[in-house]
Design a protein around this ligand. Structure first.
Ligand code: ZN
Length: 140
């Protein structure tokens, strides 16, 4: 009788590799939940602003008061932005309009500074993934 197992592998021998042995380094960026929370807050404000933009277009105004799209859920600041500019920002799923100084430097870069507001872009991978997934204007 011949046994057909060609690989003389011993399963016990592989038990060395517990998943927890994987290198889990602590990162210097904010912990995941914080980044996720920031991204969700921002997408929430963005969703509200989409409604504001729609209403303003209906009334044919050239600018509107938008909510600051920063990561602070309690931020109540508003920024007056020309609709044209707002539209330009919305063409990029990872760009947001925030009041001057309302920047999460660890996860976003400044794209443009205006007198009263700043356009930022998510550069953090986790944050960018979340805000892309929640893009109110998917691929056109
Ligand atoms: Zn803000």
């Amino acid at each position: 009788m011949t046994r057909s197992t060609g690989s003389g592998q011993d399963l016990v021998a592989t038990s060395k590799g517990y998943p927890r042995n994987r290198n889990r380094r602590r990162s210097v960026t904010p912990p995941m939940p914080a980044v996720e929370e920031i991204a969700r807050n921002e997408t929430f404000f963005r969703a509200v602003n989409e409604g504001i933009a729609e209403a303003s277009e209906r009334f044919e105004s050239e600018k509107a008061e938008f909510l600051c799209e920063c990561g602070d859920a309690h931020c109540t600041h508003r920024v007056e932005v020309p609709l044209e500019e707002y539209e330009a920002v919305r063409e990029h799923p990872t760009r947001f309009l925030v009041r001057r100084g309302h920047i999460e430097a660890e996860i976003e870069d400044v794209v443009q500074r205006r007198r009263r507001y700043t356009i930022v872009e998510k550069v953090d991978r986790v944050a960018a993934t979340i805000v892309r997934r929640l893009d109110p204007r998917p691929a056109r």
